[in-house]
Design a protein around this ligand. Structure first.
Ligand code: GDP
Ligand code: IMO
Ligand code: MG
Length: 422
């Protein structure tokens, strides 16, 4: 398989985990390049449902190498628990997982600051996952972050942590939050550090070695295009570059070693957290929630739901350079007699065919919809393009025309086998 970047083309939770699991079959190395344990990637294998937060979804296929690269921010305690949890389920995690020595560490003060800032913002809160992601990336940019190579050297870690806790406690106190105990944090994080130490290495060198050996690389995006710190609906975004460019800076693999970009999108739209969602539709949300679908994999929050937004995805196709699309959750629309698709936005007489950068303006946008006839039959058993109802195929063909990239994979259920390769 060609070296492939897989990105979410919407607001996250597009079904990246499932598609990664499918594509991993033909890859040698699977690499997470951005985000942290704010991500929740669900993979169903047989009867077992795995939710991966930091470990690449490729781990569920034996003999694949998985890498957590430099662009990721790692909560060591959370990662340790995730590895232990996977092992309890019989998943092999030892030499097949490598963690970048230069990935930044998420510490308890990041989580506390994340929570405290959200509380202070009141109705202007972002609805973060409260995992400390924003403050951890802020420290990285401010050049006061601790990295994995610090964490795994107990004396270095003890010294750096002392200074960081002192400073962050001042802020926490000023914000009326409880300061942290240096001793407690040190103990807990040194233990996690010694657990993770055998996994830590120079992943840039390792990935270039893999490329030299002709291995194929699969870059597992987290979050989605409109949560990107530069290209998303700022400030209602996460704090990393979730788009395709992030795969290069987040791993040290240069752009000319990338062969293909796959964009993953749902057949409709979801978003969890605050911020504009032009095609949001409460009735569609009620329907999907009543089917037990669209609850967050990380926080359990019900996801906001809306119709497919071709304006947004067309933009995502452009900025990620999407060569191929994977559409998931087609079966979510199985019971609808009419399905809407957003073709453009309008504010008064003004029309938009790309999302406006200002969230106030985006929030004011009214979607301009086209309506499609629903197929009103289950697609979950379809295993080939031909087995899909004619109206479902017409819907998918319209989507690819509207967004400007071909659909190569259609997913009609959470299981591996519920996947159609066209
Ligand atoms: P990710 O963050 O992009 O990996 O997506 P999540 O795992 O957070 O959310 C996607 C949800 O949709 C999970 O519960 C998946 O099991 C589920 N899923 C993925 N593809 C399909 C599909 O085609 N049909 C159905 N019914 N569920 C799917
Ligand atoms: P996966 O990889 C959906 C959202 C949060 C919030 C915003 C900022 O599973 O698709 P953060 O904790 O990152 O500071 O929160 O981003 N968010 C996600 N939404 N899927 C995700 O990851 C997300 N990761 C963060 O809900 O709105
Ligand atoms: Mg998710």
């Amino acid at each position: 398989m060609a070296n492939t970047i897989l990105v979410g083309a919407q607001w996250g939770d597009e079904g990246k985990g499932k598609i990664i699991d499918v594509l991993t079959e033909e890859a040698d190395v699977v690499i997470r390049y951005a985000g942290g344990n704010n991500a929740g990637h669900t993979v169903l294998v047989g009867q077992e449902r795995y939710i991966l937060h930091l470990v690449p979804s490729g781990i569920l296929r034996p003999d694949k190498l998985c890498v957590i690269a430099n662009g990721v921010v790692i909560d060591p305690v959370s990662l340790m628990e995730e590895i232990q949890g996977l092992r309890r389920l019989g998943v092999k995690v030892d030499r097949n997982l490598v963690i970048s020595e230069t990935a930044h560490v998420v510490l308890p003060y990041h989580r506390e600051l994340d929570v405290a800032r959200e509380n202070r913002q009141g109705r202007h809160k972002l609805g973060t996952t409260k995992r400390g992601i924003g403050p951890a990336y802020a420290d990285k940019a401010a050049r006061v972050g601790l990295r994995m190579l610090d964490l795994v050297r107990p004396e270095v870690f003890a010294e750096k942590l002392r200074r960081r806790i002192r400073e962050n406690n001042e802020v926490l106190r000023a914000w009326g939050a409880r300061p942290l105990s240096y001793r407690k944090v040190l103990q807990e994080y040194q233990a996690a550090g010694s657990f993770l130490q055998p996994f830590v290495a120079n992943t840039v060198a390792l990935l270039h070695q893999a490329i030299a050996e002709g291995k194929s690389l699969l870059f597992e995006g987290a979050q989605g295009t409109f949560l990107d710190i530069d290209h998303g609906t700022y400030p209602f975004v996460t704090s990393s570059n979730t788009t395709a460019g992030g795969a290069c800076t987040g791993t040290g693999v240069p752009p000319n070693r990338i062969d293909r970009v796959v964009g993953v999108m749902k057949a409709y739209t979801t978003r969890v957290g605050e911020g504009p969602l032009p095609t949001e539709d409460a009735a569609l949300g009620d329907l999907l929630h009543s089917m037990g679908r669209e609850f967050g994999a990380t926080t359990g929050r019900p996801r906001r739901c809306g119709w497919f937004d071709a304006v947004a995805v067309r933009h995502a196709v452009r900025i990620n350079g999407v060569d191929e699309l994977a559409v998931t959750n087609l079966d979510g629309l199985d019971t609808l007699s009419t399905i809407k698709v957003c073709l453009g936005y309008r504010v008064g007489r003004r029309q938009y065919d790309i999302p406006p950068a200002d969230v106030q303006e985006l929030s004011a946008c009214e979607p301009v919809y086209a309506e499609f006839e629903g197929w009103c039959t289950s697609t979950q058993g379809a295993r080939s393009w031909k087995q899909l109802p004619t109206k479902a195929r017409a819907y998918l063909k319209a989507l690819e025309d509207l967004v400007g990239a071909p659909i190569r994979i259609v997913s009609v259920g959470p299981a591996r086998e519920q996947t159609i390769e066209r």
